[in-house]
Design a protein around this ligand. Structure first.
Ligand code: TYM
Length: 339
């Protein structure tokens, strides 16, 4: 069992990242550890340069993201925690896979279409080829399990397509170079939506901070944001079918369920017939109970920046070692002579 996943160290990590991905990083870290497998979680700083960015901010948010992940329960003695920039094999394998990835495949990526909008010509090449780097990230470690939110599913399907074509074109059937990775998506929290618009995903780049719960928001801020969350005037239904066409209500009920380990119908069993005047304070309390210990640990960890840098340096050394054989096999398969 090889667990591999990444998160961009840009903006504020939020409840969508936590419920959609980070909770599963921690769960799979422990499962892999118990099964004698390995877990690699990295900060996708190379991905972050695909959009306009501030270099000073990127190095600060990279440290903050390590602290956040450790505060959420990633244990550097069980998980190889590092940033891509310290492991050149990611960028090298991306180039090797660029001979296999097809323009048509990348053109179909919905994230590329959404982020580029009408101005495709003005985008960086990195934004277009970003999914090839993402494929390299997981294929480099022979990943079997990749915990992600729903929005990354298409990128992982592409990683599988690239792996399959590379294996077909350059390896023999009984000795494939790459393992096909499986995405692990939590059904109850696959896509946490904005608190201001139930049809838009909760995102680090949303201009309104009221749209998301940041993992380091304090208790007052969390309660204020939950109370201001967009809803409708109807009470909550008792059955799931009653949430149809009520995207905001569905989102809040799903968040409650994901935080409390209940299904949507369990939550409705408890709150059906109640208005948001009752439900929102209960949801706010639940978020505060989950996030305040994370918040306290985060602030402690941020006191010792050298320790955070040391975690990344140790992780990077292990990642360089773990990726060496696959990278060498890919060079060799392509007929590239490395001396
Ligand atoms: P990023 O940094 O946007 O998000 C990190 C993880 O959080 C999940 N996520 C969500 N899940 C549920 N609801 C939401 N509203 C929500 N918003 C974000 C994402 O699905 C992701 O799992 N391209 C990736 C980083 C990456 C990567 C990889 C991931 C680079 N290489 C290799 C997996 C494997 C990204 O930008 O995630």
């Amino acid at each position: 069992m090889r667990v591999v996943s990444g998160i961009q160290p840009t903006g504020q990590p939020h409840l969508g990242n936590y419920l959609g991905a980070i909770v599963n990083y921690v769960k799979l870290q422990d499962e892999a550890h118990a099964a004698g497998g390995e877990c690699f979680i990295f900060l996708a700083d190379l991905h972050a340069i695909s959009m306009p960015h501030d270099p000073a901010e990127l190095s600060a948010t990279t440290r903050e993201m390590v602290a956040t992940l450790v505060a959420c329960g990633l244990d550097p003695s069980k998980t190889v925690l590092f940033n891509q920039a310290q492991v050149p094999a990611h960028a090298e394998l991306q180039w090797l896979l660029s001979g296999t990835a097809r323009m048509g495949w990348l053109n179909r990526m919905t994230q590329w279409k959404d982020k580029a909008g009408k101005n495709r010509e003005g985008q960086s090449i990195a934004l277009f080829t970003y999914p090839v780097l993402q494929a390299a990230d997981v294929l480099l470690y022979q990943a079997t399990h990749v915990p992600v939110g729903e929005d990354q599913k298409q990128h992982l399907e592409l990683a599988r397509d690239i792996a399959q074509k590379f294996n077909n074109d350059f390896a023999s059937e009984d000795a494939p170079i790459f393992t096909l990775p499986e995405p692990i998506i939590p059904p109850e929290a696959a896509r946490i939506m904005s608190l201001r618009d139930g049809n838009a995903k909760m995102s680090k780049s949303d201009v309104s901070d009221l749209a998301r719960i940041n993992l380091i928001d304090d208790a007052d801020t969390i309660m204020k944001k939950v109370k201001k969350a967009k809803t409708d005037p109807e009470p909550l239904p008792s059955e799931e079918a009653g949430l149809e066409g009520r995207a905001e209500a569905l989102n809040l009920v799903s968040i409650y369920g994901a935080l409390s380990g209940q299904s949507v119908s369990d939550v409705l069993g408890e709150f059906g017939g109640q208005g948001f005047g009752v439900f929102k304070p209960a949801l706010g309390e639940l978020m505060i109970d989950t996030l305040s210990p994370i918040n306290t640990r985060f602030r402690d960890l941020m006191q010792d920046r050298e320790a955070l840098d040391a975690i990344l340096a140790r992780g990077a050394a292990k990642a360089r070692e773990a990726s060496g054989d696959t990278l060498a096999a890919a060079y060799k398969a392509l007929g590239l002579v490395r001396g």
